[in-house]
Write a protein that binds this ligand. Structure first.
Ligand code: PEP
Ligand code: MG
Length: 324
């Protein structure tokens, strides 16, 4: 598939009306990094850090993690890598952590909730990231932030660790960016100060959609009822874009839907300028973006919304296939 898109690999995802969308890739292993060059991605928009924890019988050591994160940065050859702190709980359960019986793990003790309650592991991971950067720029994002104070607190831990590393005489990152994943509807309505404090925001569409429609992402039967291009969801995403624009907060979308060309095009049409997806999706998404006029796409979306349609997909498909 990458061969098929080789001719546009080094070309920008610039639309017919001159809007350039920045395409990044999602990763979780050092072994994923060669795709960064092969796919033409601008950087790693989401590096999931769960795998190194899930594949061991014990909590990985700080030095072990630092070595892995450092190799990831080496392999990225100066391109940006956004490291997401541990998102365990929910569908990802650690064998060595006493499994707490929870009736609803997706809405339970997971991600930053665990990190803030059990600070040791999160701080150790943050130290490993700072040491891995060793003077290079560092981007960290916290998963599953549902309210402002959770972000403020997690961010403070990173600032404290930076201070501690400085006192220990370790090299500090050349630049530190601290972001939040927007994966719960509540965060979209957080105070303006949240959007000002965050260096960037990344929409975790997999979780955001699950909580927006109250439809389990692991449950095919209910998940398939709700189209990502449903007017309610698309309008909600558009409002998040507007809030980020209002505070000049860089924003991206890193859920699976970013890798689906039609969805990606609609996201771009409502104002998103950075998408992160699996490497194999970069070619197909870029290929479509380079062939469309986003202004026209937006007009099609707006007309579909005004018509009372449940989803804008049929109208967008008709437009793309030249049927209207
Ligand atoms: C998401 O929820 O969209 C996301 C990118 O995180 P994960 O799929 O790892 O929960
Ligand atoms: Mg998520």
């Amino acid at each position: 598939a990458q061969q098929r898109y080789a001719s546009i690999r080094d070309k920008p995802a610039t639309t017919v009306d001159g809007k350039t969308i920045s395409l990044h890739m999602n990763a979780g292993l050092i072994a994923d990094l060669p795709s960064l060059i092969g796919s033409g991605a601008e950087g790693v928009g989401l590096f999931r850090t769960e795998l190194q924890f899930l594949t061991r019988a014990h909590v990985p050591r700080r030095s072990e993690l630092a070595a892995i994160y450092s190799s990831v940065m080496d392999a990225a050859q100066g391109k940006q890598v956004v490291f997401r702190t541990l998102d365990i709980g929910s569908d990802k359960v650690l064998p060595y952590m006493k499994p707490t019986e929870e009736p609803n793990p997706a809405m339970g003790w997971r991600a930053i909730r665990v990190g803030l309650d059990k600070k040791g592991v999160m701080r150790m991971q943050l130290q490993a990231l700072i040491r891995a950067a060793n003077g290079r720029p560092l981007s960290v994002m916290f998963p599953f932030v549902a309210q402002f104070d959770e972000f403020r607190e997690a961010r403070q831990h990173l600032l404290d660790e930076l201070d501690r590393e400085r006192k220990l005489g370790h090299a500090l990152p050349a630049d530190v960016k601290i972001g939040a994943m927007l994966e719960t509807p509540s965060l979209a309505f957080a105070p303006k100060q949240f959007f000002e404090l965050a260096d960037f925001i990344s929409i975790g569409g997999n979780d955001l959609k699950q909580f927006f429609f109250a439809a389990d992402r692991e449950n095919e039967r209910v998940r398939k009822r709700y189209d990502t291009l449903n007017v309610s969801f698309l309008t909600f995403l558009e409002q998040i874009v507007a809030r980020c624009q209002d505070t000049n907060t860089p924003m991206s979308f890193c859920g699976e839907d970013a890798g689906r060309p039609i969805e990606a095009m609609c996201f771009a049409a409502i104002g998103m300028r950075t998408l992160s997806m699996r490497p194999a999706s970069i070619g197909p998404v870029k290929s479509l973006l380079r062939r469309v006029d986003l202004g026209e796409a937006k007009a099609v979306i707006d007309a579909a919304r005004a018509s009372g349609a449940q989803s804008v997909r049929p109208a967008v498909m008709d437009w793309l296939t030249g049927r209207n």
